[in-house]
Ligand binder design. Structure first.
Ligand code: SF4
Length: 302
């Protein structure tokens, strides 16, 4: 049963011909009224297919940008403009261009968690669920993987035949988890499997029973009649606890809380719909087209 305020938002979005898209890391109150929830890529693709004037994107900036890259005809609003992913800017486009000039045969693979300016200078984007499949298909003699060294190393370990060069970026939320956290939680819950996101460091992933994207973690927990330890952002443990109250989903580490993902509130969503706040995403036309190419390539290969 949704609250009166949530009902007001639902009514308003219908009047404005708008939809609410929410990343899985958003709060349960937002997820409850979202027209679509999922990871950043699922949301971008869904935005192309939905018939509406406006998309309210509850997440962080690169996600709103990706929706706009794929659906330029729609109004895309980020309710809280300062909600950004720190990892998305851990390398500059200039640095990528320098690398390409020095390594003309290399392919540059960008995790979807990157700015539009970065995507515009890369060859192919990947998500955590499609990275392995896409990188396996690349024929370039050298592959620069940006920005997440943890996801990049996870792929590199599985594709030893590929010459993968890693950038020294990381998600500050996942990268803060330590092997000690795994040892401690296993002492508390020795029989539970640990479900882990590949943005966690390699020395932590060794303790994982299931390694996969946010969507893969949710799917595993939903499909199995068992308690599980959640090794990704806390919101996923909260979400699963609401969906399956008969089970326990303890969090691997208390460090797994993303401050940027927690910035958006129901009031921000309401104000984005009334036009009182939020930022209408505007992208440079030429840069948008250049950034769309690696995303199209991801869709083709993935
Ligand atoms: S959890 Fe990490 S990758 Fe995701 S938005 Fe937060 S900082 Fe970025």
């Amino acid at each position: 049963m949704i609250s009166e305020f949530q009902q007001q938002i639902v009514k308003l979005k219908k009047e404005k011909n708008a939809v609410i898209f929410a990343h899985s890391y958003q709060s349960p109150e937002i997820l409850e009224i979202a027209d679509k929830k999922g990871d950043s890529f699922a949301l971008s693709v869904a935005a192309k297919e939905v018939d509406c004037e406006t998309v309210i994107l509850c997440g962080v900036r690169f996600m709103a940008d990706t929706v706009k890259i794929l659906s330029p005809e729609k109004n895309v609003i980020l309710p809280v403009p300062q909600a950004t992913c720190p990892m998305a800017e851990q390398i500059t486009p200039e640095r990528v261009l320098q690398y390409k000039a020095a390594h003309p045969d290399a392919a540059v693979v960008a995790y979807i968690n990157t700015t539009t300016a970065l995507k515009a200078v890369c060859d192919v984007c990947v998500t955590s669920s499609s990275a392995l499949k896409i990188v396996r298909q690349l024929e370039a003699p050298e592959i620069l993987f940006i920005p997440d060294k943890n996801l990049g190393s996870y792929i590199k370990r599985q594709l030893p035949e590929k010459n993968i060069v890693l950038w020294d970026g990381y998600c500050p939320v996942h990268n803060g988890v330590t092997p000690e956290d795994c040892i401690q939680i296993k002492k508390q819950f020795p029989d539970l499997k640990i479900l882990m996101h590949p943005e966690l460091p390699g020395e932590v992933l060794q303790y994982g029973d299931v390694i996969g994207s946010t969507a893969a973690i949710i799917n595993y927990a939903m499909e199995h009649d068992e308690d599980c330890i959640i090794g990704t952002e806390k919101s996923i443990s909260d979400y699963l606890s609401l969906q399956k109250p008969q089970h326990q989903y303890p969090l691997l580490s208390k460090r797994l809380m993303c401050p940027d993902m927690r910035l958006t509130t129901l009031l921000d969503v309401y104000k984005a719909l009334t036009g009182e706040s939020g930022e209408m995403i505007q992208l440079d036309g030429e840069q948008r087209l250049r950034a769309k190419r690696p995303i199209d390539e991801m869709i083709r290969l993935g």
